[in-house]
Design a protein. Structure first.
Length: 391
């Protein structure tokens, strides 16, 4: 295992939705680690983007450890406080500043002085707090609630979010000036299913960890179990993987873990097979037998095969494969008629012509098929196009 990141005294941490281990075996993860190690020794503010349970706090701790800072690492979840309290939590308050403030209290910025402050889910900060945070970053000082005396700070800020802050800026939920001030360095931690090379090393780590706690010796994953782990899409990311391995050790009749012991994965797979795929409201209102729904299993299988092959660079991208198949099939279905193909796909003719050129179809049929005629009724009843319409 190239690198393993865990929390200090990881075995004593209570169960939570956050990831408690991170490895860098997958090529994408190794590239991320290389960028992280370039950023860590600097004083740059860092934004980490990733889904819940992918290990953002572990990355933040690695950045702190790789810096020259000797102060504490302080982690704060911005979504854990009410809007009325988060101001006092971050910046502190003086005695009597508000009802219930019986004594002065330092905020999290002061607690992290000389070290690093990790603000998780920074996208949840109210706009009023975003203004104050921007001022703190610019002036390197804070003022407690109820005080007029500024306190100098030496804190490196590391922020994390599970939303795209650019979209939040466009929607008016996040200040553009704060976004640009924060994102000096941006690190993107991909979901677990997008870095399949990390799945088995993480599974083996959790297997060894929980086997030790449970007093089980010689625990291993059978090839069938490994294939089941690789085939799962891990919507809960690393936290879900830890739970699956932990439960498998509890219920497995022997030290060897088989695919049948990964019961939560098996239930998830059966549930997906039984239930219709969740679609946006505009699509969900239509019939459950729509082509969109029917195509989902095929697309998922194509994605899984690409990931299991580690996304080799010499393979065409999935979007290009699907696009080429759709355009070619529609063009053939419409008997090489550009107008009808564009109408069927909901595209303008110019866009369709660009796609036809891109996939090598326009030169062969450019002059051989006029763009006249209306044969929608023939298509609907499955009849061939009338000879007159193709003349």
């Amino acid at each position: 295992m190239n690198q393993l990141l865990t929390f200090p005294d990881a075995g004593k941490h209570a169960l939570s939705i956050r990831a408690k281990a991170l490895v860098f075996e997958d090529p994408q993860s190794q590239a991320l680690l290389a960028r992280l190690d370039q950023v860590a020794p600097t004083e740059a503010t860092v934004v980490i983007i990733g889904e819940t349970g992918t290990g953002k706090e572990l990355l933040a701790r690695r950045i702190h450890q790789g810096s020259a800072r000797r102060g504490p690492f302080v982690a704060v979840n911005c979504g854990a406080f009410s809007e009325s309290l988060i101001d006092a939590e971050l910046f502190g308050h003086e005695s009597g500043a508000f009802t219930g403030a019986s004594q002065a209290r330092a905020g999290w910025f002061e607690a992290a002085n000389g070290g690093s402050l990790f603000l998780d889910e920074i996208g949840d900060l109210p706009l009023a707090l975003q203004v104050k945070l921007l001022r703190v970053l610019q002036e390197r000082q804070i003022v407690r609630i109820g005080s007029r005396k500024p306190i100098e700070l030496d804190v490196r800020l590391i922020a994390a979010t599970n939303v795209d802050l650019r979209d939040a800026v466009n929607a008016g939920h996040f200040r553009a000036d704060l976004y640009y001030r924060l994102s000096v360095a941006t690190l993107e931690l991909r979901p677990l299913w997008e870095r399949p090379g990390d799945i088995l090393p993480l599974a083996r780590h959790f297997l060894a960890s929980y086997a030790k706690r449970l007093g089980i010796e010689g625990s291993t994953l059978t090839p069938g179990a490994e294939q089941a782990l690789l085939a799962h899409d891990w919507p809960g990311n690393i936290r879900e993987l830890e739970n699956v391995v932990h439960y498998a050790l509890i219920v497995a009749p022997a030290a060897a873990i088989h695919a049948s012991d990964l019961q939560s994965i098996q239930r998830s797979a059966r549930s997906r097979a039984r239930q219709p795929v969740a679609l946006p409201p505009a699509v969900a209102d239509s019939s459950a037998s729509t082509p969109e729904v029917a195509a989902v299993p095929t697309l998922r299988q194509m994605l899984r095969e690409l990931l299991l092959k580690s996304m080799k660079l010499n393979q065409p991208l999935l979007f290009e494969q699907v696009q080429a198949t759709l355009v070619c099939t529609a063009f053939e279905f419409c008997h090489n008629n550009q107008v009808q193909t564009a109408r069927l796909l909901g595209l303008s003719r110019n866009v369709l012509r660009t796609l036809l050129k891109q996939h090598g179809l326009l030169a062969a049929h450019e002059d051989s098929s006029p763009d006249t005629g209306d044969f929608a009724a023939d298509l609907l009843v499955g009849q061939p196009v009338a000879a007159s319409s193709m003349a």
